[in-house]
Design a protein around this ligand. Structure first.
Ligand SMILES: [Ca+2]
Ligand SMILES: [Ca+2]
Length: 341
């Protein structure tokens, strides 16, 4: 059966994953055709990674924003895009702000080319040899196009670009690269009580219930964070239940959340949320669910910390990471729980 599944998957992969590069003339072999900003860039026949040519942006003084860009349409049902580029730099000046660098930026936009999210694929300073930069980004809800920018972003120096790619990735392919972990039982402590574990998602989704993803491209610490994405305004969550010691009085939960294009649902509490529920047993709540932290829109990694008094009779708690009837992506990492007497 396993073998059969394996071959079916392979077969599916071959027929549905026609991966296409959306970028036209990403190797600059046709000079700057298909790119905007030809007045600020030139073609270098001397220094290139592949073929005969690369694109070059030079700036000695002024530290202005100089960029080539190309807008491409996203094919329907594109789940994620793998962006990559080869970059070589010479003496890119270090400015105070990190974003003032040689850069490749991918902006997801709606149909009218209004920005939804912006992602740094490469950010380079100083002098570097030809280096390949690669990043896979999930397509935000409502994204119809991508604007690729190759920039010398408000700094001076020289930057060469070659072999720019934006490869479409189907859901199957993405899940193969970022597998949904099968949740397993939490470890029990010496007292036989189930303790909260894997709040940093370094062990995939072990100890968590529900259907989430593991993000290895965007995380707060370590190699991975949890990711919940929804294109429709429905409830989507992962959760973990752990035990409370009889004499515990307070619980403190801390961690990090990040929102990517979370569009609030019809009620004000329809956000990306972390929720705690206290339970007397499997069927009976010890109190109403309480919000630990909430995020909406697009945010950087945001830390939270909140303490609760454990309600009378509570023997278990459940931590939920949820998109509460909203669309977008919610990332969580490094969730820690402290029980105290
Ligand atoms: Ca080339
Ligand atoms: Ca982590």
């Amino acid at each position: 059966m396993k073998q059969f599944l394996f071959f079916s998957l392979l077969f599916l992969t071959t027929i549905t994953n026609a991966q296409t590069n959306l970028i036209k003339n990403g190797g600059f072999e046709s000079e700057l055709i298909n790119w905007r900003g030809e007045e600020i860039a030139s073609i270098s026949p001397y220094d290139k990674k592949f073929g005969q040519k690369s694109a070059l942006i030079n700036q000695f003084v002024g530290a202005e924003w100089k960029a080539l860009d190309q807008i491409v349409s996203l094919p329907k049902n594109t789940y994620a895009v793998e962006f990559s580029v080869w970059i070589k730099t010479e003496s890119i000046e270090d400015q105070k702000e990190a974003y003032k660098a040689g850069a490749m930026i991918a902006e997801f936009t709606d149909g009218s080319e209004k920005k939804i999210t912006s992602e740094n694929i490469a950010q380079v300073k100083g002098t570097t040899a030809w280096t390949n930069y690669k990043k896979t980004i999930k397509v935000p809800a409502d994204a119809k196009k991508i604007r690729i920018m190759l920039a010398l972003a408000q700094t001076n120096g020289s930057i060469y670009f070659d072999d720019v790619k934006a490869i479409t990735i189907s859901e199957e392919e993405y899940l193969k690269q970022n597998p949904i972990a099968v949740s397993t039982e939490s470890p029990k402590s010496d007292s036989g009580l189930k303790t909260f574990s894997n709040g940093n998602f370094e062990n995939n989704l072990s100890s968590w219930n529900g259907s989430g993803l593991i993000s290895t491209t965007d995380k707060k610490e370590g190699n991975a964070a949890s990711e919940i994405t929804s294109k429709t305004a429905e409830w989507k969550s992962i959760d973990q239940i752990a035990d409370i010691n009889a004499n515990d009085k307070t619980i403190e939960i801390s961690g990090w959340l990040k929102a990517k294009d979370i569009q609030q649902g019809k009620d004000s509490w329809n956000n990306g949320m972390l929720i705690i529920e206290f339970k007397k047993d499997n069927n009976q709540k010890a109190s109403e669910d309480q919000v630990i932290a909430a995020v909406t829109g697009t945010t950087d990694w945001t830390s939270f910390q909140k303490s609760f008094t454990i309600p009378q009779g509570a023997l278990q708690y459940r931590i939920m990471i949820a998109l509460s009837n909203c669309t977008g992506t919610l990332l969580a990492d490094n969730i820690e729980v402290k029980l105290s007497k």
